[in-house]
Design a protein around this ligand. Structure first.
Ligand SMILES: [Zn+2]
Length: 421
């Protein structure tokens, strides 16, 4: 029976470290040490203890610490790792067996002592963080640990980061914080938070490992799994979508048709519009349903349509709450659009990367096997230099959007650069 770490694809070193930490955490609980003294590694000492902990004769807490950062490229499994580790901490055997109630409820997202923060807007606000920190300080109802998982910790606002820092600096004895971020660069995570956490770096999983998990876990046919794993460039979730969702495949094909559509200035602008609109449509499809459900739930909770004494005051309050909801939903939609556009740009970058490696005759497999012939033709026409310039144009577009250049402006500039070369 696969345990909770089974879906962490191609991350053997990280899994070894997390297993050891979970075992140490279980030993701490068994020894009853946790409530007597701050037995977990004191803040800031975590780094000194990275690496092997000799068995026996050491403080059982040595393998464990109360604040962790999981880093790695998108799709490498940061949040999968955090959730698996949370399950192992709640596991009644202390191993992450995958079968006990602690493991099962954590993996199912219903464990009372595991809180997951998924920012839906562009950033995590200070109020949300304060409330979370407060709840995290309570005694775990299951008798083990209070675990707080913060996905996209790089999207914390500065004030929220400070609220979190305070909690990490003076952690309640039974609370464990698991942060996920692309890297430990100061742009992603503040230096002070980073200095209080142990870092678990995840790598981009190899395509063979991704294909293997698609076959084993999702029942995808081996040849489809191999194609999807390569096309997704190490992004496990994306590989699964490509393997199973025909719409996702269609969108990818449309993106990869861009290079041959760039025949002139007008075509470049058309291609930019098409790319932006496709991202908008994809984002709308992903959030519309959630938006409507949330609004209906809020209206029900507010008892829409009430009359009588006090109703007008209630309506004023309700209008405020609806407005707040709309604001949140708008910010979520913006983020979904950016994510969709970014996925498209990563696909496009893969195409020019293929052209570049072919021009250099590098002995590596193409990212997009289905457009390899087209990339080969590009390699002949542009040479390595031209392919590299185009690849750089795509990467520059991603960077520009990341630094808040309007997506349409950035994409138009990119398309012109791709056309001109
Ligand atoms: Zn278990």
């Amino acid at each position: 029976m696969p345990d909770v770490f089974a879906d962490l694809v191609g991350q053997d070193e990280a899994v070894t470290e997390l297993r050891r930490a979970a075992a140490a955490a279980a030993a701490v609980l068994r020894a009853g040490a946790v409530d007597r003294a701050p037995a977990l590694i004191a803040a800031g000492d975590a780094d000194a203890l990275d690496g092997d902990t000799p068995a026996g004769g050491v403080d059982p807490a040595a393998g464990m610490t109360h604040a962790w950062i999981f880093t790695g490229p998108p799709g490498s499994g940061r949040s999968v790792a955090a959730r698996a580790f949370a399950a192992a901490l709640q596991c009644v055997h202390g191993t992450g067996c995958g079968e006990c109630p602690g493991c099962r409820t954590t993996m199912g997202g219903t464990h009372a002592d595991v809180r997951l923060v998924v920012p839906e807007g562009l950033s995590i606000g200070v109020n949300e963080m304060r409330a979370l920190v407060l709840r995290a300080a309570s005694t775990p109802s299951g008798g083990r640990w209070q675990v707080v998982i913060i996905e996209d910790a790089d999207r914390l606002t500065e004030a929220a980061g400070n609220a979190l820092l305070k909690a990490i600096e003076e952690p309640p004895p039974r609370t464990v914080f698991l942060l996920c971020a692309p890297s430990t660069h100061p742009d992603d995570i503040s230096v002070t938070i980073r200095s209080r956490c142990r870092v678990v770096p995840l790598r981009q999983p190899p395509a063979t490992a991704v294909a293997e998990v698609l076959v084993r876990r999702d029942g995808v046919a081996p040849d489809v799994a191999q194609w999807a794993a390569a096309a997704a460039q190490g992004h496990v979730g994306r590989a699964r979508r490509l393997a199973r969702d025909p719409e996702a495949r269609k969108r990818r094909e449309a993106v990869l048709a861009v290079p041959r559509r760039l025949t002139g200035v007008g075509a470049a602008f058309d291609a930019a519009s098409a790319l932006i609109e496709a991202a908008e449509a994809e984002a709308a499809a992903s959030v519309t349903e959630a938006d409507a459900a949330e609004r209906a739930a809020l209206e029900t909770a507010l008892g829409a349509g009430g009359t009588g004494r006090g109703a007008s005051g209630a309506i004023r309050g309700a209008a405020g709450q609806l407005k707040e909801l709309e604001k949140r939903q708008k910010s979520r939609a913006t983020r979904a659009q950016r994510d969709a556009l970014d996925r498209a740009l990563v696909d496009l970058a893969g195409f020019y990367r293929d052209a570049l490696t072919m021009a250099l005759r590098a002995p590596v497999a193409p990212v997009h096997t289905d457009t390899a012939a087209l990339a080969g033709a590009g390699a002949q026409k542009w040479d390595a230099e031209g392919a590299l310039r185009r690849l750089e144009a795509v990467l520059a577009c991603r960077a520009a959007i990341e630094s808040n250049v309007k997506p349409r402006i950035a994409v138009e500039a990119m398309m012109l650069a791709l056309w001109k070369g």
